[in-house]
Design a protein around this ligand. Structure first.
Ligand SMILES: [Zn+2]
Length: 348
């Protein structure tokens, strides 16, 4: 009998040691969002994406610096400014192109991913594999926000209040150029925006319209656009999303949003008195075992040795409109190792 040879106390201690040695054993039943949400730094492994945008993780992530010449990262306390290196490079490129060619002064960068991706404690269903980025549809101001302002400042909706159409008092041609610029990059597979924005682009965009098919109408997304990259090279276990249709999507497909999806619902008939109240459904959490098996390795691998290894700084160029300031350090509970950008050399 095992119990005779190995007293229960000994077995319990053994289980404890095993759980420490193999944290995934202890993780059974714990929602994956808690396991990934706790990680403050990426895994120090080569950059690789595992799984799908709404069910996966990634290794070798890097953070976008809190400040670049043409961007400012927002909501620093969320620690969601991590992505696959290709996503960070794309944001840098977009910020520069938009400022130099499109009349958009700089990007306010919203949520990217957690350091190792995975499900998030709050908010998005996607953003799990380091290939999604929310870019505010509010132009960057001509000054640096404080850390506190980055928490409290709200993005501005481009829609008229309580409507599904763009507000001409907010919308500018530069909004359109910024969105179409993002869609023009071959690595960007789709850009999600509110149907009202898509309609505006369909009706008024004067530039190259060949990428209008990448502009995908969706609920919400009138405060920010959501940029999604295709699976990058070197990520065999990244699950690709369906290709976007070849047509611009300005006809019937767009009409459906206004005629059906966004139509105000008729008030529901009075419920019968005999109807029993429905039991609230238990939310189903994604578990680590639901994710690709490589995600357990990503979750439990060591972090980077130094902070500079994992922070992206813009390579060259700087705005001359305002003086360089000290990069903002988040006042929230980030560990000392979380990358904070070094002051950049200022180009006059
Ligand atoms: Zn998003």
């Amino acid at each position: 009998m095992i119990a005779r040879r190995f007293p229960i106390k000994f077995l319990a201690a053994l289980c404890g040691v095993l759980a420490l040695a193999f944290p995934t054993l202890a993780a059974d039943g714990t929602p994956a969002k808690q396991l990934f949400g706790r990680k403050k730094l990426p895994s120090a492994m080569p950059a690789e994406v595992h799984g799908f945008y709404s069910k996966g993780c990634f290794s070798g992530g890097i953070a976008i610096a809190t400040d670049g010449p043409y961007w400012q990262a927002m909501r620093l306390s969320r620690n969601r400014r991590w992505g696959h290196p290709q996503l960070i490079a794309t944001i840098d490129k977009l910020s520069r192109d938009a400022a130099e060619k499109d009349g958009w002064p700089g990007l306010l960068v919203g949520d990217l991913s957690q350091p190792r991706g995975g499900p998030m404690l709050t908010g998005h269903a996607s953003h799990q594999i380091g290939l999604d980025a929310d870019i505010w549809l509010t132009p960057m101001p001509n000054r640096r926000f404080s850390a506190q302002e980055r928490e409290s400042t709200s993005a501005i909706s481009v829609l008229k209040a309580k409507s599904v159409v763009v507000d001409p008092a907010v919308w500018t041609d530069a909004h359109g150029r910024l969105i179409m610029r993002a869609a023009s990059y071959p690595e960007v597979q789709r850009v999600l925006v509110h149907p009202g924005i898509k309609k505006r682009l369909c009706e008024t965009y004067k530039g190259d319209r060949s990428n209008l098919n990448k502009i995908r109408p969706y609920y919400g997304h009138h405060y920010h656009m959501h940029i999604r990259l295709r699976c990058p090279d070197g990520s065999a276990s990244c699950r690709a999303q369906n290709a976007v249709p070849a047509s611009a999507g300005c006809g019937k497909e767009l009409d459906w949003w206004f005629d059906v999806a966004l139509k105000p619902k008729k008030p529901a008939k009075k419920p019968k008195k005999t109807a029993k109240p429905k039991k609230p459904k238990k939310p189903k959490h994604i578990l680590l075992s639901d994710l690709p098996t490589a995600c357990a390795v990503v979750l439990n691998s060591a972090g980077p040795a130094t902070e500079t290894e994992v922070t992206f700084q813009a390579v060259s160029g700087a705005r001359t409109a305002f003086a360089p300031v000290k990069p903002v350090r988040s006042p929230f509970s980030l560990p000392a190792l979380v990358p904070v950008p070094k002051p950049r050399p200022f180009v006059q």
